[in-house]
Design a protein around this ligand. Structure first.
Ligand code: ADE
Ligand code: ZN
Length: 325
């Protein structure tokens, strides 16, 4: 379609992308064979049929077990490389990719194998025309102690990690639970972001905490801020990026929050568009732009603003990016 061609041709940064959420069925089957991991499914169609969910919790119940096929450093490299090829084809020139080390270290995979595999893929991304970086996410349904241990384990690898984030099950795991961990992360020189998912009870209080108590540099999703004009003004004034994921939203709400996302964009908030877990939600970044444009009726100028916002909300300057490429 013309919209799709226009979106694909625009250089874009992707800022909300879980590497483990890019595990396509064919790669899952290949890695299972390579590592001798028993799967309940044996065809791409069967794996696809198992990717069924209608909430964050039911998604996570499919998501974590699938990671059992990721074992060696090479597996992490192959996963990230497959994503970077798709991102390049979608017109992504800069990406800050989340990864969940605790989902692997708790299965006995060494932290170093995870980071080194992903980082090697990020370095090789330059040959694909993508400037790629890593953001370490803590699993918020695990303890603050576990997050603190993971943060300390990251210190020898700090030159390979741009920042830290917070993902997984938000219910009863508010930002405040990780205040000390994030304060330490900032002292270590990491940039900070946290998920504030759209389908949460107490969402506004969590958004207030990330803004006022944690002092994040960006918010993942965060779309519910629209419910509180004073917080919208705070986000706008600080120039904080919101990383919205329309296709992901469509799994937990009827209208992908398109109206709210457009409202924030038009209010001057640095709204950006990303794909979250594209292998599971069935849409890479261009699909997410197209879905939002069609649902919210965005103008061409607004699409350009979204793409421009994605670079302005990123954590690497234009000058630094130019030096890497
Ligand atoms: N982990 C991977 N994707 C996630 C999401 N959309 N929300 C929370 N945790 C996640
Ligand atoms: Zn996410």
């Amino acid at each position: 379609s013309p919209t799709r061609d226009f979106v694909t041709g625009l250089p874009k940064a992707e800022l909300h992308l879980h590497l483990e959420g890019t595990l396509e069925p064919d790669l899952k089957l290949e890695l299972a064979r390579r590592n001798g991991v028993e799967l309940a499914q044996s065809t791409v169609e069967e794996v696809q049929a198992s990717y069924v969910f209608d909430s964050l919790a039911s998604f996570l119940a499919v998501y974590y077990p699938a990671m059992d096929v990721l074992v060696t450093e090479q597996d992490f490299y192959d996963l990230a490389t497959a994503y970077l090829r798709r991102a390049a084809a979608d017109g992504v020139t800069h990406v800050e990719m989340f990864f969940d080390p605790q989902a692997h270290t708790t299965r006995g995979v060494p932290f170093a194998d995870v980071v080194n595999g992903y980082h090697r893929a990020a370095v090789d991304g330059a040959a694909l025309g993508v400037d790629a970086h890593l953001i370490l996410c803590f699993l918020r349904d695990l303890s603050a102690e576990s997050a603190a241990e993971t943060l300390e384990a990251s210190v020898p690898f700090a030159d390979k990690i741009l920042g830290v984030g917070l993902d997984s099950d938000e219910r009863e795991n508010p930002p405040a639970k990780f205040a000390a961990v994030f304060a330490r992360a900032r002292d270590l020189g990491y940039r900070l972001t946290m998920h504030c998912d759209i389908d949460q009870v107490g969402s506004i209080e969590n958004i207030r905490q990330v803004l006022e108590d944690i002092g994040v540099d960006r918010i993942d999703h965060g779309t519910n801020v629209v419910e509180d004009p004073a917080l919208v003004e705070l986000v706008r004034e600080r120039g904080l990026g919101l990383t919205c994921c329309p296709v992901s939203n469509s799994f937990v709400t009827d209208d992908m929050k398109a109206t709210e996302i457009a409202q924030l964009l038009r209010a001057g908030v640095k709204v950006t568009v990303s794909s979250d877990d594209p292998a599971y939600f069935g849409g890479y970044v261009a699909d997410n732009y197209v879905a939002l444009v069609e649902k919210a009726g965005l103008t061409t100028a607004e699409v350009v603003t979204l793409a421009k916002n994605s670079f302005e909300a990123s954590w690497v300057s234009d000058a630094d990016r130019a030096r890497f490429l």
